[in-house]
Design a protein around this ligand. Structure first.
Ligand SMILES: NC(=O)c1ccc[n+]([C@@H]2O[C@H](COP(=O)([O-])OP(=O)(O)OC[C@H]3O[C@@H](n4cnc5c(N)ncnc54)[C@H](OP(=O)(O)O)[C@@H]3O)[C@@H](O)[C@H]2O)c1
Length: 274
């Protein structure tokens, strides 16, 4: 498994797993946890979740998936902006720790920027870090100007990134690379997968590699070396396919074929959100 370095030098797998929409229905929890567990066995040991997903239900699925293997897994969770005050962050983190059945979150993100002062939220993250309740903090859905306002210490910025949404390549991706802060690519399959995965460019590249357009989209998201990609899959066949994407090397011809259909940005674009 390829790795990406966090600002303090710690490495994490470049390919992880998402959990949005897991935990919505109790009857699916065992299947979802089994899919995550398979992903961990295949090397996708970074799992992304959030207090928002299924109102905490996704964190409970993660707890189930990592039972007995917590020390092998790098858990990312997120606090909602309405909870991002000094006391709100502390209580939200306690609730997440309880649902995750762990005493420490590896990376804790502000889900998106809200009304609280960034210095206050970051101050609360630093208190949690000093107390050993989180190991790193970061942000999500932050554009370059938001990143410039952030106090030091951010370990990652999680944003939308896939071939039909690549505006970050103009400024945010290079800014983060210059500052040693990895990007976490969310919805690398486009979330509503059918449109992206039916791209004739992705399909042609997939044929050359004897793989699928999903695997090509994931390999594409990883190509800069400063991106962690977190596809979500509750289907075990999808999990196996996604894990294989970590070892696909796209050639210059492959990338040119993708660029021809999914154009790189020529100017600054507002940050795309889902
Ligand atoms: N920070 C944020 O604001 C934010 C926003 C969105 C997402 N996220 C995070 O990023 C993760 C990924 O994004 P996402 O869930 O929006 O979208 P995604 O990963 O792009 O797509 C998920 C969809 O793709 C399907 N899928 C997975 N692997 C596949 C494959 N190999 N072939 C065909 N279909 C496949 C899944 O189906 P099955 O489940 O049936 O396998 C699911 O329907 C989320 O789960 C979440 O953890 C963060």
């Amino acid at each position: 498994m390829r790795t990406v370095a966090l600002p303090d030098g710690e490495t994490v797998p470049a390919l992880g797993q998402g959990t949005w929409y897991m935990g919505e229905r109790g009857g699916n929890a065992a299947r979802e946890a089994d899919a995550l567990r398979l992903g961990v066995d295949l090397g996708m040991t970074l799992i992304d979740t959030a207090e928002m997903y299924a109102n905490g239900g996704a964190e409970e699925v993660v707890a189930r998936a990592v039972t007995g293997i917590r020390d092998k897994v790098f858990i990312v969770s997120k606090v909602l902006p309405q909870n991002a005050s000094r006391s709100g962050v502390a209580s939200a983190c306690e609730r997440s720790l309880k649902r995750l059945k762990t005493d420490m979150i590896d990376l804790y993100l502000l889900h998106w920027r809200g009304g609280y002062d960034l210095a206050e939220t970051v101050g609360a993250f630093e208190v949690l870090k000093a107390a050993g309740k989180i190991r790193h903090w970061g942000v999500s859905n932050f554009d370059t100007d938001d990143m410039e306002e952030l106090p030091d210490g951010c370990a990652a910025n999680q944003v939308l990134y896939h071939p039909d949404s690549r505006g970050i390549e103009f400024d945010l991706l290079p800014w983060c690379a210059r500052n040693g802060i990895p990007i976490m690519a969310y919805s690398p399959l486009g979330h509503h997968v059918s449109k992206l995965l039916s791209s004739s460019a992705l399909q042609a590249v997939a044929r050359r590699h004897g793989t699928t357009s999903a695997a090509v989209a994931i390999a594409w998201s990883l190509r800069s070396g400063n991106v962690i990609s977190i596809p979500k899959a509750a289907d075990q066949a999808h999990v196996r396919e996604n894990a294989r994407a970590g070892s696909i090397e796209l050639s210059a011809d492959d990338l040119a074929a993708i660029d021809a259909m999914h154009r790189p940005p020529k100017r600054k674009q507002p940050l795309d959100l889902l």
